[in-house]
Design a binder for this molecule. Structure first.
Ligand SMILES: *Cc1c(COP(=O)(O)O)cnc(C)c1O
Length: 473
């Protein structure tokens, strides 16, 4: 007689109890409908209540309802509502509703698009979206895509492909022979490269000290004339969307030069590459199609749920070789086997949300949504520009705005006050050695009235800080 498995019985009965799933769904849905008006950052009480999670790993199993109630009661209030229209911190993005719902459905599927045989639907959607993305961004037909967790990983994959190719050009197989005695690869990038680019450079063993840095202009763009002589051992990393100013490197002229020299160009296009899908803005990425690899997010500008990024690479062999995966049990097919394009073997089928959102929006919807972010950003800048005490430091070419008060001290205090008011949320940064408030407009949900409310909160915060400073004097 087999021993009765109580936990197994319990889980079978959980599946029979529809209310476990419907109550989680209802709580989630109610949350979604309320957060657009909620305080953007959690209240002090919500933060204090997080101590309810501080406990030892339970000795015994508990009731599924209890687990979910606990999570909702203490978890939901302690979220940051980047889903709403007044979150402008970092560069985050909301989620297009249909994407959330599609993810919900796919949650029950729990697919891993590692191989076609593991998930025919995952494989199909990856194939379809790969084609759509090539088309939207006007990339060469031979381009392939890997669906990874974000731009950090996409850039890692792009640079790994570059490393493979640039060494193979010098008759060196990095996979077999490693990096210790390999011929040299030069790495050239701008002084405003994103920290995740530097992370990938370190992880791949290039070493940050070997970087040949190129000076940038007052918007953070690489100055093309200052790029050193390129050759076929050079990896050049450009940027579509500076994380502070939102600026774009001059791809047209730089890529042409790099192509002639046989250098590899990777573009970090985390949030910015999406302007390529917007008629009024696509001049900003002109020439970018001449690069060799590109990293772009789903979860920022396109507003897919986390975590979603894409590496695109015109050199399929280099990408596949760099990320190569082998094993006796690997079953390849004539269809797409996703694992050949990503570092992981197993991963979730994040393609489902990406597909659903692109299918739902269509080209005109993508264009309108992303142009809307640009327009709201311009509106925000205008609201503040006309107000004594605020200065806009960058050209608002896309969705990023750098704001400064008259001194570093006033800027930081005003920023802290804005965060305390909780009407909106913005973060700080440094721009040319000075403290700035950084605004990123990247939610589909941001309305003109959200911008007015948020700008008013900036003004109120500055007034309050100025008043306190006067009293202190
Ligand atoms: C956000 C960002 C990254 C990193 O992307 P993740 O998706 O967070 O890994 C890289 N580069 C730029 C310019 C970014 O804005």
């Amino acid at each position: 007689m087999t021993k009765k498995s109580t936990i197994q019985d319990k889980m079978y009965s959980d599946i029979q109890d529809e209310s476990i799933f419907t109550s989680a769904q209802t709580n989630g849905y109610n949350y979604l409908t309320e957060i657009f008006d909620r305080n953007v950052f959690p209240t002090e009480k919500a933060l204090t209540d997080l101590t309810y999670f501080d406990e030892e790993m339970p000795e015994h199993s508990s009731n599924a309802h209890t687990v979910l109630e606990h999570l909702h009661t203490y978890g939901s209030p302690a979220t940051v509502t980047n889903m709403g229209g007044r979150y402008f911190g970092f560069v985050c993005g909301s989620s297009v509703p249909v994407g959330l719902a599609a993810k919900n459905l796919a949650t029950y599927w729990d697919q891993s698009p590692t191989m076609n045989v593991l998930s025919p639907i995952g494989s199909k959607l990856e194939t379809v979206v790969e084609n759509w993305l090539k088309n939207i961004f006007n990339l060469p037909k031979r381009t392939v895509a890997g669906f990874v967790s974000g731009t950090s990983m996409a850039t890692f994959c792009g640079l790994a492909a570059a490393r493979y190719r640039l060494l193979a050009n010098q008759n060196w197989n990095i996979n077999e022979d490693g990096f210790f005695n390999a011929p040299k690869i030069r790495v050239v990038t701008g002084k405003q490269a994103h920290s995740t680019v530097l992370k990938a450079i370190s992880l791949l063993g290039f070493g940050k000290n070997t970087i040949e840095w190129v000076d940038v202009d007052n918007q953070g763009k690489i100055i093309p004339e200052l790029i050193p002589e390129l050759d076929n051992t050079t990896l050049l990393i450009l940027q579509a969307g500076n994380v502070n100013s939102g600026s774009f490197d001059d791809f047209e002229s730089i890529c042409e030069k790099a192509n002639k020299a046989g250098a590899w160009v990777h573009i970090d296009g985390a949030f910015g590459f999406w302007v390529g899908a917007v008629n009024q803005l696509k001049h900003l990425t002109k020439g970018a199609e001449k690069a060799n690899s590109w990293a772009v997010d789903g979860h920022k500008t396109l507003n897919t749920p986390y975590d979603s990024g894409v590496v695109l690479c015109e050199d399929k062999e280099a990408l596949m070789s760099a990320l190569h995966m082998s094993g006796r049990y690997i079953i390849t097919s004539k269809e797409r086997d996703g694992t050949f394009y990503t570092p992981e073997m197993s991963r979730r089928a994040r393609i489902v949300e990406l597909w659903a959102i692109l299918k739902y929006l269509g080209k005109s919807g993508v264009d309108e949504m992303i142009l809307g972010m640009h327009k709201r950003a311009q509106q925000f800048a205008n609201e503040l520009k006309n107000e004594n005490g605020f200065t806009i430091l960058n050209d608002v070419v896309f969705n990023q705005i750098l704001v400064r008060c008259n001194t570093d001290e006033l800027t930081v205090k005003t920023l802290n006050r804005i965060q305390k008011l909780r009407t909106c949320w913005v973060g700080g940064s440094q721009w040319k050695g000075k403290q700035v408030i950084r605004i990123s407009v990247c939610s589909w949900a941001t309305t003109e009235s959200d911008i007015v409310k948020s700008a008013n909160s900036f003004k109120q915060a500055l007034r309050e800080v100025q008043k306190l400073t006067l009293i202190a004097k």
